[in-house]
Design a protein around this ligand. Structure first.
Ligand code: PYC
Length: 323
């Protein structure tokens, strides 16, 4: 960490680049982050979790960030063939993978002149992903293998009756619901958020999980698209209680795994997922070992370059921790 000061008020400076991917913000830490030692991305994530949770709060939460922001910490890769390691984090914890965040990282590295159009490999705590940066700025992400874990799982919720959905992995755990009787519009944000919270807590109370007891911490609702070039529109509630402004890369991966399992989408066919703010991800997949290998494409735009300042005597040096 880069620090400077007079000892009484030591200053930590963290250089970040912010972008949004189809509406959803990513804050890439370029320098000033914690030293997480060496090893794989999951080794480093463990150290991040154990010893540097305050850094996560300082970078993401107010007053330097906001609840919807996703952070990306870049680390030296473990394998020679990889470009970088990336650990994604949010207002309450960590993400296994993040589709919109990966597009944000690629766009940020291109902005810095660190990558050229072409293909690059990134290491994440849940596996390697491949990115292809095109000359027009579109980034494709070949995500980790995705699969449906539970089909038509019914959960008795506290306030919304029985809700049925699929449990699927797309780099994070999702509960995907098509029958929800809600309008998928931002004007209906409060009701959508309340429903998703209810579903999430009801899944946990009922002991419905992903593989190995993993918590299902993303709830994804589907409805008809509003744009003519999309197949579907979604609303995704993220673990920290904020909604994804983008169509959610890992959620779109989970969706394609379910569509394939239902015989509704074939390898190589295109799925165009609209997000709740109107952005679009284009997806397709190949099959490998009975699992879906999704590719998601979208665009990010850099919104700011900044240096965060963390002063030792600032009572909010570590931000306002999410409740
Ligand atoms: O794009 O995968 C995604 C994502 C996960 C949480 C927010 N965005």
């Amino acid at each position: 960490m880069r620090t400077a000061g007079n000892g009484r008020n030591e200053i930590q400076r963290v250089r970040v680049i912010d972008s949004h991917t189809e509406g959803e913000p990513t804050r890439v830490v370029i320098s000033g982050g914690p030293d997480l030692g060496s090893g794989t991305a999951s080794d480093r994530l463990e150290r991040f979790r154990q010893f540097h949770d305050g850094f996560r709060d300082a970078v993401i939460n107010e007053p330097r960030g906001h609840r919807a922001m996703v952070g990306a910490l870049l680390c030296e890769p473990h394998q020679e063939r990889a470009l970088t390691q990336v650990i994604f984090f949010n207002n309450v914890g960590w993400l296994g993978m993040c589709g919109h965040g990966t597009i944000g990282v690629a766009t940020t590295l291109a902005w810095l002149g660190r990558i050229e159009p072409g293909s690059h490999r990134l290491e994440t705590p849940v596996g390697d992903v491949k990115i292809v940066l095109r000359a027009d700025g579109i980034v494709s992400v070949r995500n980790v293998a995705s699969y449906r874990w539970g089909a038509a799982v019914a959960v008795q919720t506290r306030h919304h009756g029985t809700i049925t959905g699929d449990v699927a992995w797309g780099g994070n755990w999702f509960f995907l619901v098509s029958e929800h009787r809600q309008r998928l519009e931002l004007a209906n944000l409060e009701a959508l958020t309340a429903l998703c919270h209810d579903v999430r807590s009801s899944l946990a109370a009922a002991g419905i999980t992903g593989a190995a007891g993993a918590e299902i911490d993303h709830i994804e609702l589907f409805g008809d698209p509003s744009r003519p070039d999309a197949d579907s529109r979604n609303f995704v509630l993220c673990p920290g209680g904020e909604y994804d402004r983008s169509p959610c890369g890992t959620g779109t991966s989970a969706k394609m795994a379910c569509l394939w399992a239902d015989g509704k989408l074939a390898p190589g066919a295109t799925w165009r997922q609209e997000g709740i703010t109107g952005g679009l991800f284009t997806g397709s997949f190949e099959l490998a070992d009975g699992k879906v290998l999704p590719t998601i494409s979208g665009r990010a735009w850099v919104t700011s370059e900044a240096e965060l300042v963390l002063q030792a005597d600032d009572p909010l040096r570590q931000g306002i921790r999410a409740p």
